[in-house]
Design a protein around this ligand. Sequence first.
Ligand SMILES: Cc1cc2nc3c(=O)[nH]c(=O)nc-3n(C[C@H](O)[C@H](O)[C@H](O)COP(=O)(O)O)c2cc1C
Length: 230
Amino acid sequence: MKILILNGSPKRDASDTMHLTRAFTDGMNEVQKNEIHTVHVIDRHIEYCTGCFSCMRNGGECIHQDDMRELLEEILRSDLLIFSFPLYCYGMPAPLKVLIDRTLPLSSMSMKKVGDHYEHIGQTDFSHLKYLMICGCGFPNSKQNFEPAVAQFKLMFRDNHTVITVPESPMFNAPEAVEVTVPRLSLVKEAGRQYAKYGMIEAALMEQITSPMIPEEIYAQIVNGGQSAL
Ligand SMILES: Cc1cc2nc3c(=O)[nH]c(=O)nc-3n(C[C@H](O)[C@H](O)[C@H](O)COP(=O)(O)O)c2cc1C
């Protein structure tokens, strides 16, 4: 399987969230070797969408000549897109959102009704793509935190999507937290194995993965007390 990791963290490989993403793909690779390419979105030249819609008309092209041309080709050559990003202001970091805006050339202006909503009709066939969101965040609470980003992801990628959210994720870069982060990464690796085998992750495993690693209050105390680099 061709996997494209779109890393939305400006911290590149040092990203807290990328610990989760690497554990997941390690699990997938145990089932079957995959071809994996990671793009640090922050390093790519991607202009803002100007909203001119010329790309969506008559098989048109984007007015910008930047890295997005190559990235769109790579996206279409992939089987699985992994959007790995930290939660920023309840959403995704801006560079990743800019990249997603710029996938507009894949769609046409025409729209069709699908169930209870409308969707643009594609100019290109990308129905083979699967989408995975892996998102870390700095607060210990999952509720009242991840919902807007998850809702946006599910609306954008209605078919074949899977979502993994993990709170307290700065702990993945804190050596003093290995007692809890190593077992969590093992669970995420198991999720990768399940996904590779069955295309889905058991609900019970998902619940374990998305829960805080240490009690919320203790995490907040550590952060507030300045006892660690969290
Ligand atoms: C601009 C900015 C906005 C943030 N917004 C949130 C937020 O809404 N909720 C949250 O729990 N953490 C928030 N955080 C914390 C990050 O999600 C957290 O530090 C995360 O572990 C960083 O992951 P990374 O190392 O993969 O980039 C924010 C951090 C920054 C820099």
